[in-house]
Ligand binder design. Structure first.
Ligand SMILES: *Cc1c(COP(=O)(O)O)cnc(C)c1O
Length: 421
């Protein structure tokens, strides 16, 4: 099936006489005829739901849809994108371990990595794509467990050089984890370019209507944990399950199974069935929306580039952009809806522009069907030091514009009148 068809047809499959549309199983609990059956579930010997903190038929169906869209062997929904990023790391790194991350990533992820994971004893080592392979490899040692990056960095809009970073990671027998939030599997499927694990903030385009915070982890099933010899938590007995060995008992789904039955169980960052239902609904139309978001954003980027009140425009789909070549290679179907640009006159002019918009709303969000704007330096990236801001590619005068799916003429008219003001 084409991915557009998968958006509609994968996941929930109604059987004879069942509801046509995915039901919301608003139940914490599941009934069993025998305690022996339930005991087998607790020992992971039989498949099935036992408690909604770990799994639930509504989010299981949405997970199957996303796994099919990304081309993975399994997916796990979480309560937020932050929880997905956190679990994706802690699933294979413990106190004393470290990992490599591109520095140009979402500000919330920078906080998670540099502050909270540090407190747990897991050290992040930031790298930049401008560094040579030798400089990056100098940061990898025998306790380095993974490499992390974003397909299209939020808000720096840098495109990940998948093949380069997958090769670097695999040379050292560690996986590449990619946050694919801005591209969605419609515009880029990281597993096709060597990534091993994908994470999402489903809050963004997958939902697409700004109604449900959520996250997801998807496992390609391709990374050979046993051969790598660095992941004892996956290859040695788990005492919390009477000695289950994930790579032996779950094969290529070892990583995603452990994430669920160990970390979702213990940390409880579980999605609500209602939110999974809403996200599932969003995923059914995401292929249509990404097409329109991308076309509208490219038209807006071209208009801004020629506008006298604009000092610079950053959009990977714009010819001449620093990311254009990488985008042509990895994002041939479109570069998503987010643009960043500078208003001449610096920080104050940027804020005046935003306050003059009539249709586009000032919100702490991106990837909504409605056009919206944000000033990263004073909001999402407020907690970062000047040095970290620079590392994340955020300029003080930068406006982050999330182009919606309204008619292009109305979007451009609103932006033009605000720039003139
Ligand atoms: C928003 C976002 C996150 C965090 O997701 P939440 O759902 O807000 O927790 C992570 N990564 C990227 C790229 C994001 O845009």
């Amino acid at each position: 099936m084409h991915i557009n068809t998968k958006c509609l047809q994968e996941g929930y499959k109604a059987e004879n006489g069942q509801p046509r549309v995915l039901p919301i199983y608003q139940s914490t609990t599941y009934k069993y005829d025998s305690s022996e059956h339930l005991g087998d579930l607790f020992d992971l010997k039989a498949p099935g739901h036992m408690y909604t903190r770990i799994s639930n038929p509504t989010f299981a169906a949405a997970e199957d849809k996303l796994a099919a869209m990304e081309g993975g062997v399994g997916a796990m929904f979480t309560s937020s994108g932050q929880a997905a990023s956190m679990i994706s790391i802690l699933n294979i790194a413990s106190a004393g371990d470290n990992f490599i991350s591109l520095s140009e990533i979402y500000g919330g992820t920078v906080n998670l990595f540099a502050v909270t994971l540090k407190k747990m004893g897991v050290e992040v080592r930031f790298v930049s794509p401008s560094m040579t392979d030798e400089e990056i490899e100098a940061k990898i040692d025998d306790r380095t467990r993974l490499v992390f990056g974003e397909t299209i960095a939020n808000p720096a809009l840098k495109v990940l050089d998948f093949e380069r970073f997958a090769a670097l990671a695999h040379k050292h027998n560690i996986p590449l984890i990619v946050d694919n939030t801005f591209a969605t599997p419609i515009l880029c499927r990281p597993f096709e370019f060597g990534a091993d694990i994908v994470v999402h903030s489903t809050t963004k385009y997958l939902d697409g209507h700004a109604i449900a915070v959520g996250g997801a982890i998807v496992d390609s099933g391709k990374f050979d944990w046993a051969a790598a010899g660095k992941f004892p938590e996956l290859t040695e007995p788990d005492e919390s399950y009477h000695g289950v060995v994930y790579t032996k008992d779950f094969g290529e789904a070892a990583y995603i199974t452990k994430a669920r039955v160990q970390l979702l169980r213990d940390m409880g960052a579980t999605p609500a069935p209602m939110n999974a239902f809403l996200t599932n609904l969003g995923m059914e139309t995401v292929h249509l929306r990404m097409e329109r978001h991308s076309a509208n954003a490219l038209a807006v980027a071209k208009m801004l580039k020629d506008h006298p009140a604009v000092s610079w425009v950053s959009y990977p789909g714009l010819e001449g952009d620093s990311e254009y070549e990488l985008a042509q290679k990895y994002l041939p179907d479109g570069c998503s809806g987010v643009i960043s640009f500078g208003v001449k006159g610096g920080r104050t002019a940027a804020m005046k522009f935003m306050d003059s918009l009539k249709m586009a709303a000032i919100v702490v969000h991106v990837a909504d069907a409605r056009t919206c704007v944000l000033h990263p330096a004073s909001t999402t990236h407020r907690q970062l030091t000047d040095e970290q801001l620079e590392g994340a590619g955020v300029k003080p005068e930068a406006v982050r514009l999330s182009v919606g799916i309204e008619h292009i003429d109305d979007i451009i008219a609103d932006l033009k009148q605000a720039l003139e003001a």
